[in-house]
Design a protein around this ligand. Structure first.
Ligand code: ASP
Length: 332
């Protein structure tokens, strides 16, 4: 091949290679995997499926696919994304566990603040103290008396050490003080834990309203209290349940949150595109309505900004570590 001809052929090859890349901005035609580190059908899965739909609308031609990688309080899924290719096609939708797991797993295989690009905060979700339908108690007072009378005999279900349900159960038991110890039973998520509660195989759970509201409304479980500082007056199902503070547990206030994360090193153009789509998705009326019906509050203010969310997670880590160290509940 003559040098000039060879050069022309090379130029043609290069332009053929770069043409599709230039024409198709992220995500192009490739599906984006939204890794949920808990079981399908549970509260985090629910947020992810609703968000996937809202994100699809914001990135025309895109396909956000939910992938459940459950186990060990969310750490299996989080580790998977921390080690995934940093190209924007594998994202993590995690919750307060992002800040709770480092306190509980002293041998964590990923670093929540260093191994991820923060894409933003999604929502805030109150929690509810619920019990199996066969429990004799109907009010929080009766429930607490029943627990005290049956110390050591009851089971508390949760989604693994470091999950929201575990953290809530731990803080609640600590606030109750002595005499009401329960055996904790871990599941791969609160979807299977909820099945066990409805079926009466476990006694008690503290779970997100996104998972409990419909079960409470359907009369399949009993509800006793909400974990927020103020009653959930705007929610038609949960508005009449007392807060734990009202029931004498001074200062008890737990609202969990969900956020979106990409592996560290994901190109800034990709994280910016995802953040822009996320912000718009959070304003999607359908998404807000669905979340609202389940007691979750979609965040649209500047707490969504990646830097603000990262600072918030760092502060949560410190707060939760203090509580976990006091309770001395570690996963290892
Ligand atoms: N978020 C978990 C789930 O989706 C529950 C939990 O953290 O308690 O199952």
């Amino acid at each position: 091949m003559k040098p000039l001809f060879a050069l022309a052929a090379l130029a043609a090859t290069v332009s053929l290679m770069s043409a599709p890349a230039q024409a198709q901005a992220f995500p192009g035609g490739k599906p984006v995997s939204l890794v949920v580190p808990f079981a399908a059908g549970g509260p985090t899965d629910r947020v992810a499926r609703d968000l996937a739909e809202a994100m699809r609308k914001q990135m025309p031609g895109s396909n956000f696919v939910v992938e459940n990688a459950a186990g060990a309080g969310g750490t299996i899924g989080a580790n998977k994304v921390a080690k995934a290719a940093p190209d924007g096609y594998t994202l993590l939708l995690f919750h307060i566990g992002m800040a709770a797991t480092p306190a509980m797993y002293r041998k964590l295989t990923y670093k929540p603040l260093e191994d991820f690009e923060y894409l933003g905060l999604i929502n805030e979700v109150p929690m509810t103290l619920v019990g199996k339908p066969q429990l004799p108690a109907n009010t929080y007072r009766d429930f607490e008396n029943y627990i005290r009378a049956n110390a050591g005999k009851l089971n508390l279900a949760h989604a693994g050490l470091g999950s929201a349900s575990h953290l809530c159960g731990l803080l609640w038991q600590a606030a109750l003080k002595n005499g009401e110890a329960m055996t904790t039973i871990p599941f791969g998520g609160t979807a299977p834990a909820m099945n066990a509660l409805v079926g009466g195989q476990v006694d008690v759970m503290c779970d997100q309203t996104t998972n409990t509201t419909q079960q409470i409304e359907g009369g399949r479980i009993k509800a006793f209290a909400v974990t927020t500082a103020k009653p959930l007056s705007n929610n038609k199902v949960l508005k009449d349940y007392p807060t734990l503070q009202e029931m004498g547990l001074k200062g008890f206030n737990l609202t969990i949150w969900h956020g979106l994360y990409a592996p560290k090193g994901t190109p800034p153009a990709v994280t910016a595109a995802l953040n822009t789509a996320l912000k718009a998705a959070l304003k999607d009326a359908d998404f807000i309505k669905k979340q609202d019906g389940l007691g979750a509050i979609v965040v649209t203010d500047n707490r969504v900004e990646p830097a603000n969310h990262k600072a918030f997670v760092a502060a949560e880590m410190t707060k939760i570590k203090t509580a976990v160290d006091a309770a001395k509940q570690y996963a290892d």
